[in-house]
Design a protein around this ligand. Structure first.
Ligand code: HEM
Length: 232
C-alpha cells in the first residue's frame, strides 16, 4: 500500500508536469479535442482519429483541471488547438500521436493502479480488524494480481514513448530525424532477434524454476533443513 501511494503520488505529479511540458501527450491521453477551462476528465472515450471526432465519450466535468492544477479551474489544451499552434511554430506536419494507444495506456495504468490500491486498503482494514486469515477468501485471488504491476509498468512506458510522437526529444528532434545513419536495418533486426532469444531462454528457465519450487511448497525447504540438522 505504501508503494502504491508513492507511485500514484509520483504519477499525479508527472501529470501536472506533463500539462506544462508535453500538453499534446496529455490531450491525447485524455482524448481531448478542444481546449477546456475547466477541463473534463474522460471516464471512457473512443475516438475516430481519421475524422477528428469521438465515437463515444463519457466525461466528468472539472476533474481534469483538479488533477492538473489541484484547482477546479485551469486550462488544458485540446489536440486540434495544439496541432494548429505547433504547425505555426514548427512548420506543417502531423503533431498528433496515436490517440487510442495513448488514451488506453494511460487509462490501464491509472485504473489498474487505483484498483491495486483499493485491494491493498481492503487487506489492511481486514488486518487491523484482526479478521482470521481463513475468513479472508479474497486472499486466494492475490496470486492472480501479481501480473498487474507489470501491466501498469508496461502501459506507463507505452504512454511515455508513444505519447511523445512524432518527437524523440520534444520540440527539438523528430523521430524521423533521429535515425542513426551508421546502423543498418539488418543490424537492428539481428540484435532484436538476439535479445529476443536471450530473454526467451531466460524466461523459460525462470518459469521452470518458479513452478518447480512453488510446487515443492514452502515447507519442503524447512523440512530438508531440519533433516540435515538432525543428521548433523
Ligand atoms: C494511478 C495513478 C497514476 C498516474 C496519475 C500516473 C501518471 C503517469 C504519467 C503522466 C506518466 C507519463 C509520464 C511522461 O510520459 O512524461 C506515467 C508513466 C509511467 N507510469 Fe504511471 N501513473 C499512475 C500509476 C502508475 C502505476 C500504478 C504504475 C506501476 C505500477 C505506473 C508506472 C509508470 C511507468 C513505468 C511509466 C513510464 C515512465 C517512463 O518511462 O518515463 N504508473 N505515469
Amino acid at each position: 500500500m505504501i508503494g502504491l501511494v508513492g507511485v500514484i503520488w509520483v504519477g499525479h505529479n508527472q501529470t501536472q508536469e506533463m500539462v506544462q511540458t508535453q500538453p499534446m501527450k496529455l490531450a491525447a491521453a485524455e482524448g481531448l479535442w478542444h481546449t477546456e477551462d475547466p477541463a473534463s476528465f474522460s471516464l471512457f472515450t473512443l475516438v475516430d482519429q481519421d475524422h477528428d471526432q469521438d465515437i463515444v465519450s463519457i466525461r466528468i466535468p472539472y476533474l481534469l483541471s483538479v488533477l492538473a492544477y489541484d484547482d477546479i479551474k485551469g486550462p488544458v489544451q485540446g489536440i486540434l488547438d495544439i496541432q494548429k499552434e505547433y504547425e505555426a511554430k514548427y512548420g506543417s506536419g502531423n503533431y498528433v500521436p496515436n490517440i487510442t494507444v495513448s488514451y488506453f495506456s494511460f487509462r490501464i495504468m491509472v485504473y489498474v493502479g487505483c484498483f491495486l490500491l483499493l485491494v491493498a486498503v481492503l487487506a489492511l482494514i481486514y488486518m487491523l480488524r484482526k479478521k482470521p486469515i481463513e475468513k479472508m477468501k479474497f486472499l486466494k485471488l492475490f496470486p492472480y494480481f501479481l501480473f498487474l504491476p507489470y501491466l501498469c509498468n508496461s502501459a506507463g512506458w507505452i504512454l511515455a514513448e508513444m505519447g511523445r510522437q512524432p518527437w524523440v526529444v520534444f520540440g527539438l528532434l523528430k523521430t524521423q530525424d533521429a535515425i542513426s545513419p551508421n546502423v543498418s536495418a539488418g543490424m537492428v533486426l539481428t540484435s532484436l532477434i538476439g535479445f529476443t532469444l536471450i530473454y526467451g531462454v531466460l524466461m523459460v528457465a525462470d518459469v521452470y524454476l518458479l513452478i518447480k519450487y512453488a510446487q515443492k511448497g514452502a515447507g519442503s525447504e524447512i523440512d530438508s533443513n531440519s533433516a540435515a540438522a538432525v543428521k548433523a
